[in-house]
Design a protein around this ligand. Sequence first.
Ligand code: BGC
Length: 383
Amino acid sequence: MRFMNKNLFKVLIFTTLALFINNCDNDSKNNKQQKEENKMSITKELFGKADGKDVFLYTLENKNGLIAKITNYGAIVTSLIVPDKNGKFDDIVLGFDSLQDYLDGHPYFGAIVGRYGNRIAKGRFTLDGVEYTLATNNEKNHLHGGIKGFDKAVWDAEEFESNDGVGLKLSYISPDGEEGYPGNLSVKVAYTLTNSNELKIDYEAETDKATPVNITHHGYFNLAGAGKKDVLDHKLQIDADKYTVVDETLIPTGELRNVENTPMDFKTPHLIGERIEQVPGGYDHNYVINNNGKMVKAIEVYEPESGRIMEVLTTEPGVQFYSGNFLDGTNIGKGGKVYYKHYGFCFETQHFPDSPNQPDFPTTILKPGEKYGYTTIYRFLTK
Ligand code: BGC
């Protein structure tokens, strides 16, 4: 009996072990198969109409299941769905469910802004001896391209797939005189959702008359998930020694000031909320990136609860860090979520504000025959 029991025990152990090994093998085969089947994709649906033109919503999915939804109205990224440290996916950008909500007006959620992102003092500048007057839409100043900037244009769109990922190429011709700017400007913005979990943005433009150009992406991010809470407990690091000092209307005085020993210093990681009370109005400043025109990691931001990390890499000399100071609960976003003060932050890679009136800032003037272009990458990781 004892002998029988011992043998039976052995048989049981072997069978269990064999079943377990077989199961593991099947699991890994299933995972492999699933990975192979999990191909990137892009789909297109009608989103509505603007300016009498059809507006579409494109859904891009990469090999790892990350999703970006982009509309050709304003070249807006309406959703960006990325995993947390446990593999749970969440939408981490502020935006709306319907085109109508965007048409009703909003603070540039997820849009491409231009022809000149950020402010131009009093909407005026002089170029080759001619004074130009732009539309003013921010008190006395010109902001983000004026009354009808690129964020309100209906762009042409073309889907593409590459080894790198899946993308959407948007193009727009901004006519001579639009919002007061000189020259026909042909603009191309390509969004790629890469298989390395990045949203890569390539900007290009050409003109037929000299004109200022400063195009950027105005995504509002919240790594905890859009509409869940404010962003004050995100940990932020910015590779910048200096920022452009501004007056009370947020126009640069021309001074580049050292961040050291001030609440502006993010050279080492700090919570966004740690010193925000010491910054009148909150963060809304252009940081001077230590990059010399090279592609560098300018920013890293980490949300401890979800474990999500976003890195921002750019070739641009500046980044506007805006801590969502003017969000006030009037915007009802996706799924009925309310966006209160500090519920999102923006990192707008750019040339410095008001450069057309600041001879010491890097130039933003594009001339005929020249090519404007740069790349910014928003990269998503977890820890
Ligand atoms: C500006 C803010 C502005 C916000 C929304 C940011 O880029 O710096 O001052 O309120 O955009 O318009």
